[in-house]
Design a protein around this ligand. Sequence first.
Ligand SMILES: CC(C)(COP(=O)(O)OP(=O)(O)OC[C@H]1O[C@@H](n2cnc3c(N)ncnc32)[C@H](O)[C@@H]1OP(=O)(O)O)[C@@H](O)C(=O)NCCC(=O)NCCS
Length: 211
Amino acid sequence: MAFATTKHLKLRAYRESDKDIFLALINDQRTTRTSNPGFAVPKGEKTWKEMEEKSLSTALIVVFVEVKREYASLRKWDEWEVRKADTEKTQEDWDRELFAGYSSVHLKHPKVRDGRFGIVIAPPWWGNGFATEVTEWVVQHCFEQLNLHRLSLGYLANNAAAKRVYEKCGFVHEGVTRQAWWLDGGWVDQGDMGILEDEYSARKKQLTNEH
Ligand SMILES: CC(C)(COP(=O)(O)OP(=O)(O)OC[C@H]1O[C@@H](n2cnc3c(N)ncnc32)[C@H](O)[C@@H]1OP(=O)(O)O)[C@@H](O)C(=O)NCCC(=O)NCCS
């Protein structure tokens, strides 16, 4: 069952049966090179358990993203993927195909109410506005339901798509951590962004007045 829904998406809790699709996502170089640039080796079953204990279950909120079935045709297919007719698909096939990633917020210091935001969208679903849709929801939920004071994030400075998503959702540039990551044979800066509760409220008011 979904915890929340947005136009195209269901945002739900993770479940034990997500292990394989989650591991496939975090081992996909297209996602992991910019979302987990510290990873040095492929991740296996042990990582799922570690991430469950140390990351997923300690998050303030973590939502797994599933595309509503009526939008299944927005999926782009990798050439190696086996495509079955809808009538032949098992529930497992649907779960794998409609899985579109996850987003999380971790609270380091509860007193400060500063949540660290993260998001990964699965490559078959890139370019549909889903990261924006999820980020908008998480930001709203964090300020309106979870009473955070700020949300923070870091992104690889050459990750133009991520930067664009965060700007669209109201995050403000706060600085640069120089040469923070090693990627493709060179050092890459990390862009740091944040949004405060007052900024969220002002932006909401402005968007409401525009419509
Ligand atoms: C970054 C990521 C979350 C974007 O997901 P997405 O669902 O494709 O994003 P959206 O469709 O909501 O928005 C992408 C925006 O970036 C823009 N964009 C995409 N590639 C771009 C590029 N190379 N240069 C500039 N803008 C770019 C798109 O045009 C779109 O903006 P628009 O709506 O104004 O046209 C996704 O690619 C991803 O998960 N990547 C791997 C993991 C990762 O990097 N996570 C973020 C870690 S900080």
